[in-house]
Design a protein around this ligand. Sequence first.
Ligand SMILES: [Zn+2]
Length: 323
Amino acid sequence: MRMNRFLTGAALAALAGCGILYGALSIPSLAAQSYPVAQRATGKRDLTVRFLGTATLAFDDGTTAIMTDGFFTRPSVAQVLLGKVQSDDRVIDKTLARIGPQNLAAIFVAHSHYDHAMDSAAVAVKTGASVYGSASTANIMRGAGLPTERTTVFEDGDTYAFGTFRVQVFETPHSPHAKFPGKIDEPLHQPARISEYQEGGNYSFLVTHGKRRILVIASGNYTPGKFQGVKADVVFLGIGTLGKQDEAFASNYWHETVEQTGAKLVIPIHWDDFMRPLDQPFRPLPRLLDNFDNGMRMLLPLAARDGVKLRLPEAFAPIDLDQ
Ligand SMILES: [Zn+2]
């Protein structure tokens, strides 16, 4: 009994310590406010794209919708460090009601880390969508009870069609030095520790809709020549931990994704602190995990040099794709 009490006390102290440390290190980079922000789309449009945090994007043309990742739960730092995490039905319901995707056909999962794949099954169950991802992602879907026939294991180069949408899959590396680089070999049941969400390979997506070509790169890394011959108007560029890399890496990343595809609009994604709930204003990841300002500092001159608009997305707002 006394031991139990001691353990509870120790756990609480550790929790409080984590909270204080995290709080101190997560003093928001206020400069986020001073970076150029993407214009909102207004009026009637052929395609609506919204940024919903991390690498989650919702595409909707009024007839068909598709999504990347679909991660909404965003467990707190205490849950992530000390316990197990699981999809939060209430948060997912609230978020889906807010964005209201009609006819969500597909969810494309970039990789199997929890901040990408944890909620994909719940979103699929609630909307009727199917999930497309790696074999590891399929095991997360299986463990979460999504019927097997609603999950497709994709491979590099595969292309899928949903209404006017076409999605092409490109295998690209995860950002450097990531934790949990392994695979998930059996159904993963929630709740689970974040270490159980092993990466399972990483993928980028070229979403084509009519004349529009939009490249989504969830994780900040590149394979030289991977997008040679691929054209895109807009790149949603994952910049998580980019600020911890050097100038040469940032410049190569930009070259292999933006210059190579000729995109004229770049929207950084996966820069927000995903241990804060979705209904609070987005803030960059804490310094302990990333250096958002340094990432932006390296990218802005490259954008200026190439005449590319680099614009931070506003959460939930329809993005003007023609700005
Ligand atoms: Zn990851």
